[in-house]
Design a protein around this ligand. Structure first.
Ligand code: FBP
Length: 339
């Protein structure tokens, strides 16, 4: 780290400045998305500080309630959800919200309504909170037709209708990865400034990876294409080196590594969970949007993930996402063996 250069670093590309630059490319833009993103950033900063001091502040452990998925809620889950619902509502730019933690969609009060709908998982990977492993927030943004009062149907659309998506990873550093439709950029929180600084411009996922990421504990229930793919990863028939297995069990952390290093992240369907585990609106869609914008692919086992049209807000779907060539291999296996 060249501290001298660092100290001289005056031309700071903050996330706000970056989004304003992107906005200036759209003369019709009114700045609403910029304001909305700034409120999401505020939520991420709050959760980041809460996660950092979770152990000390007795924020770890159970909150004593269960959420719509029937999962026991953690204190940080509840806190993060409250922070994001308040930040998104108070932005005056949102209309309908869907949170992993709330059974029903949240309709913003009329006087605070705006044109955007936001789907989000306030704290993903919650099974890793108490052991301090990286967790994250995932979000996807839709734009309503002007003057339209939003309904849940405005969110039960193909993921291709999203206008922006991102995640914020709370790990050794706090990193926010965002796409507003063109490319994918990563920003790291500089705690001394309280600002997200552009550290990973124009992220491009390597075309082929050396890593596969899946919970092999479910292997006995997998379908044939998944079993074959993992077998070939471990015992390649073409003399190439075996792939390495990396699985944190926190989607944000596993997808972040996949975006930067390449490879494939999978949560396939299996006999126990025929629709997989991950939720379409606030896990599969945002991550698929980012991976595609970075040059990769996202596949459900049947179709391009972003072309899915969910029927309910907490619907689940199998997912294979990552490097283009690796996902292409999975698609070939599904063609060959069928699901
Ligand atoms: P939560 O949103 O309830 O945390 O569940 C999602 C998740 O933790 C993902 O982050 C992760 O990829 C997956 O579940 C891990 O599931 P498993 O423990 O079955 O491998």
């Amino acid at each position: 780290m060249d501290h001298a250069a660092d100290a001289q670093r005056t031309d700071l590309m903050t996330l706000t400045r970056h989004v304003l630059n992107e906005q200036s490319k759209h003369p019709e833009a009114r700045g609403d998305l910029t304001i909305l993103l700034n409120h999401i950033v505020l939520g991420c900063k709050f959760v980041c500080s809460a996660v950092n001091k979770a152990g000390l502040a007795k924020l770890i452990g159970l909150a004593g309630e269960t959420n719509v998925q029937g999962e026991e809620q953690k204190k940080l889950d509840v806190l993060s959800n409250q922070v994001f619902v308040k930040a998104l509502t108070s932005s005056g730019r949102t209309n309908v919200l869907v949170s992993e933690e709330d059974e029903e969609a949240i309709f913003v009060p009329e006087k605070l309504r705006g044109r955007y709908c936001v789907v989000f998982d306030p704290l993903d990977g919650s099974s890793n909170i108490d052991c301090g492993v990286s967790i994250g927030t995932i979000f996807g943004i839709y734009m309503l037709e002007a003057g339209k009062a939003g309904t849940v149907d405005d969110l039960l659309k193909a993921g291709t209708s999203m206008v922006a998506a991102g995640y914020c990873m709370y790990g050794s550093s706090c990193t926010l990865v965002l796409s507003t439709g063109e490319d994918v950029n990563g920003f790291t929180l500089d705690p001394s400034l309280g600002e997200f600084i552009l550290t990973h411009p124009h992220i491009r996922i390597p075309e082929k990876g050396k890593i596969y990421s899946v919970n092999e504990g479910n292997a006995k229930n997998w379908d044939e294409p998944t079993t074959k793919f993992v077998e070939k990863a471990k015992f390649p028939e073409d003399g190439s080196s075996p792939k390495s297995l990396r699985y944190i069990g926190s989607m944000v952390a596993d997808v972040h590594r996949t975006l930067l290093y390449g490879g494939i992240f999978m949560y396939p369907a299996d006999k126990k969970s025929p629709n997989g585990k991950l939720r379409v609106l606030y896990e599969v869609f945002p991550m698929s949007f980012l991976v595609e914008k970075a040059g990769g692919q996202a596949f459900t086992g049947k179709q391009r993930a972003l072309e899915l049209v969910p029927k309910k807000i907490h619907e689940r779907s199998p997912i294979f996402l990552g490097s283009y060539d690796d996902v292409e291999e999975v698609k070939e296996l599904y063609k060959q063996y069928g699901a």
